[in-house]
Design a protein around this ligand. Structure first.
Ligand code: G3I
Length: 291
């Protein structure tokens, strides 16, 4: 399954008001088609990767709703029938938020529409194509520190509210940008996953990668540590509910977003920078995938 990292974000598909550009997406879709692969959509509503004109155009509620509705409609028209599963809202919770509900304050959608922008986005996606499966997607839910704990609490509350307001959210995407030097959350994370499943949501791992840059010691030991960490995480998630989908955020270390801060990046993804199979390939193969 292919997920465009950038090609379906706002700045790619609607660079100017009402002007749509699907050239990047179409190149990927042709590849997916030729190789008999599915695709998944990312993303309709995010505080980043928006074109410069967008924030200023959201002048009032009615206009903002109209712009969002027509964007979602045009993009789903273009991507159906290939894409049936979408990240509708991405990263709406911010651990640093001064708001009690933890909603991300810099979101242009929160500013224009208030907290209802979340159920609204899900309703609009459903109205555009009722057969789509719709996910909320976020990072920073997996680990054990205080910020992650607050994020889990606020995310759960937000999902409950969204459902109560009639927003058809079907799944939670755990981005899973893991850091091998940070402890996993174990019990708190387990009960979060149970609570999410009790709301009737499916669980996906949507953007798995593993930052191993702050492990020290002999290479063999570091590889073992990283593999054990990933195995522990995947086992934990699997024990709390069948994972319906596992996606890594890229395939090779060469093109990972993590490379920007770490040019010598190694071991974050299944393939190394030379496209050879690395330790993560082995871990996924052992217990997880038939690859
Ligand atoms: O396409 C332009 C190119 O024309 C230009 O020359 C170049 C110069 O900087 O920039 C290119 O755009 C970059 C784009 O990636 C290309 O794919 C942007 O600067 C860069 O900011 C953008 O980064 C992406 C980032 O999201 C922001 O959209 C990363 O590739 C992508 O991996 C990252 O993905 C996010 C998920 O959407 C949400 N979860 C976290 C994840 C990692 O940050």
């Amino acid at each position: 399954m292919l997920v465009p990292e950038s090609e379906l974000k706002w700045f790619s598909v609607q660079p100017s008001p009402g002007v749509f550009d699907f050239s990047g997406y179409r190149r990927m879709a042709a590849f997916a088609h030729a190789n008999d692969m599915d695709m998944r959509g990312h993303v309709f509503v995010w505080h980043r990767a928006n074109p410069d004109w967008l924030e200023g155009a959201l002048t009032d509620r009615r206009t903002a709703e109209k712009i969002l509705a027509s964007h979602i409609k045009r993009v789903t028209q273009e991507t159906a029938p290939l894409i049936r599963n979408w990240d509708v809202v991405n990263e709406a919770i911010d651990t640093e938020s001064g708001r009690e509900d933890g909603l991300r304050e810099e979101s242009i959608w929160l500013k224009a529409l208030g907290p209802d922008y979340i159920p609204l986005a899900f309703k609009l996606a459903h109205a555009a194509d009722p057969g789509l499966t719709l996910a909320y997607n976020d990072y920073g839910l997996e680990q054990g520190d205080g910020g992650n704990r607050r994020k889990r609490r606020c995310t759960l509350r937000m999902l409950e509210k969204c459902l109560r307001a009639g927003g058809p959210v079907h799944a939670l995407g755990l981005q899973s940008h893991l850091q091998a030097h940070m402890p996993l959350a174990h019990n708190d994370f387990r009960s979060f996953l149970r609570d999410v499943r009790a709301l009737g949501l499916a669980l996906y791992i949507t953007e798995l990668d593993l930052d191993v840059s702050r492990l020290f010691g002999r290479m063999d030991d570091r590889i073992k540590l990283a593999q054990n960490y990933l195995r522990a995480y995947l086992d934990l998630v699997q024990e709390e509910g069948a994972i319906e989908m596992l996606l890594t955020w890229g395939l090779s270390d060469r093109y990972s977003w993590l490379r920007k801060d770490n040019p010598g990046l190694a071991g974050a993804l299944p393939l190394d920078a030379d496209f050879d199979r690395g330790p993560m390939w082995g871990t996924l193969k052992e217990g997880w995938l038939h690859i």
